[in-house]
Each structure stands twice: as structure tokens, then as C-alpha cells.
Design a protein around this ligand. Structure first.
Ligand code: SF4
Length: 193
């Protein structure tokens, strides 16, 4: 779907990897501070229909996907098609859409080092600083709320990560002359990888 030559994408993918490393480090610090462990959660966040909005994350996910064996890629694509069909049926009924991400196999992410930003940041309570607006606070997931009951808030500011992501995306789009926007779920991405 997104045709960007590898040599054009490469420097941006390097910047993304650095950004992901910074996110993972910040997440690790805050999780350790709380004693929060993201394991064995029934209300799995991989059931959440997240949308992803950057071409650069799409390209990085594609890299991870193509590290999988051909057989596994085929299975994931089939599952992604099922998820899309089931999503369409649920949308018609107006019911909630909570379907397992096609990249989740037996509780594990098949592309863990290549997973998108929201999969990395989801969990802890966080804050967002937007120019000219009051600071926004997110409560964190249910498991986080349960595990950290009674503990004082530890600042987890997503703003610099969102800003750097926007910078990388804008530079990539300018360099590769991309004008369209992207808004895709993992299931939608997988079918095009
Ligand atoms: S990409 Fe990986 S971490 Fe993100 S929702 Fe899918 S399985 Fe879960």
C-alpha cells in the first residue's frame, strides 16, 4: 500500500527505533516505580481496537511482519481477514468491538520489537501537554488501577514521544512526497503488508 524505497525509509526507521527505545525506557522507569507488572491480564489490551496514524510505524510493523515465516504470515493474514469480517458484523449490531489482534498468538505479540507506539505506552496513568490547553490526564488500564491502588501518581508524560513521532512522520512524508493520511487498525494493516 505504501510504496517507499527502502533507502528512503531507512534513516526514518532508525529514528523510530531510537524513539521506541526512549519510550520503553520511560515506561520501564515508571512501571518499576509503581511495581506494576503487565502480565497475565484478562482484559488484554491486544483486544482493544487501536487506530495507528503514521506511515513510519506502518513501515516498521511491515519489517517485523516479514521476519515471520511464510506459514505464520499466511495464518496472521487469515486471522486479520476474520477480524475485519467480525468487526464489520459487530459494527452492524452496534455492539462493542473487542477482538484479539491478529498478531497476538497465545498471549504473545509475534512482532514484539516492532509493535506500535500505543502498544508500548498503554497501561500506566499518563499525562499530555497540548499548547493552549489544560494538561490532560489518562487514568491507565484496569490492571494498572488495581495494582497501584493507594499509590501516589508518578508523572508519565507522553507529550515528547507524540511530538517526536509527529516530527519523524512529517519529515518522512515530506521526503517521500506523501500527502495522504493514514488511520488503520493492525488487522487492516496486516492485510496490506
Ligand atoms: S501489535 Fe502486538 S502488542 Fe500490539 S495489539 Fe497486536 S499483539 Fe498486542
Amino acid at each position: 500500500m505504501i510504496a517507499i524505497p527502502d533507502q528512503v525509509a531507512a534513516p526514518f526507521l532508525e529514528k523510530l527505533q531510537k524513539l521506541y527505545a526512549d519510550m520503553d525506557a520511560a515506561y520501564g522507569t515508571v512501571a518499576e516505580g509503581y511495581g506494576f507488572h503487565c502480565t497475565g491480564c484478562v482484559d488484554n489490551c491486544c483486544l482493544t481496537r487501536f487506530y495507528h496514524h503514521t506511515h513510519i510505524e506502518y513501515l516498521y510493523l511491515r519489517q517485523g511482519f516479514h521476519h515471520l515465516t511464510q506459514g505464520l504470515r499466511r495464518k496472521v493474514r487469515q486471522r486479520a481477514a476474520e477480524v475485519r469480517r467480525e468487526t464489520a458484523a459487530l459494527e452492524k449490531t452496534g455492539g462493542p468491538v473487542r477482538l484479539m489482534c491478529p498478531l497476538n498468538a497465545e498471549g504473545l505479540c509475534l512482532v514484539y520489537p516492532h509493535r506500535p507506539m500505543i502498544c508500548r505506552l498503554h497501561g500506566p496513568a499518563h499525562e499530555l501537554h497540548r499548547p493552549g490547553r489544560a494538561v490532560g490526564y489518562g487514568p491507565g488500564c484496569d490492571a494498572f488501577t488495581r495494582q497501584t491502588e493507594g499509590k501516589a501518581y508518578l508523572p508519565f508524560d507522553r507529550t515528547p514521544f507524540y511530538m517526536e513521532m509527529a516530527r519523524i512522520e512529517a519529515e518522512l512524508k515530506q521526503t517521500a512526497d506523501i500527502t495522504q493520511r493514514i488511520k488503520m487498525t493492525i488487522a487492516e494493516m496486516v492485510e496490506t503488508l
